[in-house]
Design a protein around this ligand. Structure first.
Ligand code: GLY
Ligand code: MN
Ligand code: MN
Length: 449
């Protein structure tokens, strides 16, 4: 039997919630495909990753599967998946098959995916709306499929008024649902965060001048897989020295030099949920004076953003607080001249801090969900209020590239500190602090190598 997934009850509840929403718009049929397999070379595939929306509603992680929901006189929740095939399964692995999948994943019924083109047109007859993940589908042929099924249905009805006349997108409603995590999702995210944090500890302890970036990546990968994570949530960033000033520098062949800072931005994916941690540490175990000065500014910025991460605040409050602290630090260290308000107003700080302080985190590392509230007017785009159960990263940084108007002692210092925060009723909880973050604690950990 393939492994059971952690979330068996919740997807059924989510399907029910979605059906209720579909009824509120007059009912109809929803069609949600999972992700296709992707070729890596010739007849080999990349390791398979389901589509997040599909998995959220099903808990089913095999390829070649579709979810169909019927919000009609009788609601139905239907899975289409690959049929059992003992001969093929010897090569490609054991499949659930429709019968076992229907029972295990609590569908009303499941069919062989081969029957999709026959059964979906029949389900469309008499329905008012056709719902699908139109603007966020991983299935490149989705529209062609939908059109084909409607065309087939047209052949079997005399009155085309008996077919759906409206196509409605599920992407936004699913994004809203996914944005606030339930208890089982938070439990998985905490577990993913704990594995990733320990992976960072392992990489820090393995680091020393002379090692390669890819060796540190290997330590992370080893730890993630050793502890049951199925994958990385994104390619690991391991950046030594000047490479740390490239925001998405994937681990490469560079040799870590004496005196370098090493920036590692890496997180595992566990049971479909991401974690996302960045730590920056001195390869030789001791921050230099200029490195420490900038590090403490970034850490203070992260604390300021943390203090503004609560249901009393909007999404951007943390970023605004971090920008204040970072910009004041740039002025104090002579990286910028002028006043704090000028440097913020003119966005001069972006020379050294060019990204935002956080993003939603969930099934996708840059998870779905609007960062804005519905506008009260065409001009207004207010930031949305935070809410208990949302998960976001807090990840300020400073990146100093060589320049004539920048003191040489700061050249090529790139620092980012990133933790994952669960918004609670009163504030937020950082779930990734299993790896030290204070400079003294990092130095102590590295002394214990
Ligand atoms: N690891 C990607 C990010 O921090 O957003
Ligand atoms: Mn991030
Ligand atoms: Mn990151």
């Amino acid at each position: 039997m393939p492994p059971a997934t952690a979330n068996l009850k919740s997807p059924a509840t989510r399907r029910q919630q979605l059906l209720t929403w579909m009824h509120s718009l007059g009912g109809g049929v929803a069609v949600v495909p999972t992700a296709p397999e992707r070729t890596r070379n010739r007849d080999n595939h990349h390791s398979y990753r389901h589509d997040s929306d599909f998995y959220y509603l099903t808990g089913f992680s095999e390829a070649h599967a579709w979810l169909v929901l019927v919000a009609g006189e009788v609601d139905q929740s239907i899975l289409f998946c690959e049929g059992k095939n003992p001969e093929l399964e010897i090569w490609t692995g054991v499949r659930w098959g429709p019968e076992a999948a229907a029972e295990h994943f609590a569908f009303d019924v499941a069919h062989d995916v081969k029957d999709l083109d026959t059964l979906i047109p029949q389900l469309l007859i008499g329905q008012r709306n056709l719902f699908s993940t139109l603007s966020r589908s991983p299935q490149p042929d989705l529209l062609k499929h939908l059109q084909g099924w409607l065309a087939t249905a047209q052949h079997s009805v005399r009155d085309t008024r008996a077919l759906p006349h409206q196509w409605l997108d599920l992407s936004d409603v699913l994004a809203e649902m996914r944005l606030v995590k339930d208890a089982s999702e938070l439990a998985t995210m905490r577990a993913a965060a704990a594995i990733s944090a320990q992976g960072h500890v392992r990489a820090m302890q393995a680091a020393r001048p002379g090692c390669h970036e890819y060796e540190l990546e290997a330590e992370l990968l080893y730890h993630f897989r050793k502890h049951g994570a199925q994958s990385v949530a994104y390619d690991s960033i391991v950046a030594a020295g000047a490479n740390a000033c490239i925001l998405h520098h994937c681990a490469g062949n560079a040799v870590v030099q004496e005196g370098d800072l090493v920036l590692i931005d890496a997180g595992c994916e566990l049971d479909g949920y991401a974690s996302d941690i960045t730590r920056t540490f001195p390869a030789n175990g001791k921050f230099s004076g200029p490195q420490r000065a900038l590090y403490d500014i970034v850490l203070a910025a992260q604390q300021a953003a943390y203090d503004k991460t609560s249901p009393q605040q909007h999404f951007n409050a943390g970023h605004e607080a971090a920008v204040q602290v970072l910009t004041q630090g740039m002025l104090d260290e002579g990286l910028l001249q002028g006043t704090l308000s000028e440097a913020i107003e003119t966005t001069a700080y972006r020379k050294f801090y060019m990204h935002r302080t956080g993003h939603w985190l969930g099934m996708d590392v840059h998870d779905v969900g609007s960062y804005r509230s519905p506008p009260a007017s065409a001009e207004e785009r207010p930031w949305r209020q935070l809410q208990a159960g949302m998960v976001l990263t807090i990840e300020p940084g400073l990146y100093v590239r060589p320049a004539a108007d920048v003191a040489e002692k700061f050249w090529n210092i790139g620092i980012r500190i990133e933790d994952d925060a669960v918004v609670t009723e009163t504030g937020c909880e950082l779930i990734t602090r299993g790896v030290p973050v204070a400079a003294d604690e990092i130095e102590a950990l590295m002394r214990a190598r």
